[in-house]
Design a protein around this ligand. Structure first.
Ligand SMILES: CC(C)(COP(=O)(O)OP(=O)(O)OC[C@H]1O[C@@H](n2cnc3c(N)ncnc32)[C@H](O)[C@@H]1OP(=O)(O)O)[C@@H](O)C(=O)NCCC(=O)NCCS
Length: 192
């Protein structure tokens, strides 16, 4: 297994690896059919084994304070994607990708990584093992069918909302206890 910079012709492998990894998480329907690119520079690494992409990490980073990260001081990097193909999980690939990205980040004088993830305890435990700390959270609330009642409405005549994905940053999360899909979205941070 080698860890190396992402190349343009890795795109199909990158998309497949990410899709399979996210399928087993609360982001199961967050499917991309193309690699994401960033406004700011990014550390983009893949883990390759026998010609197959088995892991990936994308970290968009700051040249100017607070242009990418949501909090903190100094220059930081945001982990937008980290994923390991499920057939190769728990073999240290995620950790090696993170450490390789950290080595590059330190050379660029970044002082931290930020990452957001949903309420998959095993993923949160992985961030914990990698020495990230929870620093913030809010909620992702989905509305479908009857859940829309009066809470979410269209102001446009003849336009009817069928479902909605929302961010809830308040404290009264109990009001959504009958919604089928509510996720806590957690911010992790690691200082170098
Ligand atoms: C989180 C992730 C990147 C970890 O990569 P990895 O190479 O499997 O993990 P590592 O080998 O570095 O670390 C292993 C540890 O991760 C956790 N872990 C990984 N996969 C797990 C699983 N399927 N079930 C439970 N714990 C798991 C465990 O704590 C494990 O330690 P253990 O085997 O001693 O119990 C990978 O599992 C993944 O792609 N997850 C889905 C995508 C995702 O949620 N990404 C983060 C949000 S952007």
């Amino acid at each position: 297994m080698i860890i190396r910079d992402y190349r343009v012709n890795d795109e199909t492998g990158w998309v497949r690896c990410r899709t399979l990894a996210f399928l087993q998480t609360a982001y199961f329907d967050n499917v991309l059919n193309k690699k994401e690119y960033y406004k700011n520079p990014a550390i983009e690494l893949v883990a390759e084994l026998d010609g197959q992409i088995v892991g990936l990490i994308d970290v968009e980073y700051e040249k100017e304070e607070r242009t990418v990260c949501s909090r903190g001081e100094g220059l930081g990097g945001m982990i937008w994607h980290i994923a390991v193909h499920p057939d190769y999980s728990r073999q240290g690939i995620g950790q090696q990708l993170l450490h390789a990205a950290e080595t590059k980040a330190k050379r660029m004088n970044l002082n931290r990584f930020e990452a957001w993830t949903r309420d998959d305890l095993w993923v949160q435990n992985w961030y914990g093992k990698m020495e990230f700390k929870i620093v913030d959270s809010y909620y992702h609330v989905y509305f479908e069918g009857n859940e829309m009642n009066h809470k979410i409405q269209s102001n446009t005549p003849n336009l009817y909302l069928v479902n909605a994905f929302t961010h809830y940053v308040g404290r009264d999360i109990d009001q959504f206890k009958n919604n089928k899909r509510v996720h806590q979205c957690v911010c992790f941070e690691k200082s170098f």
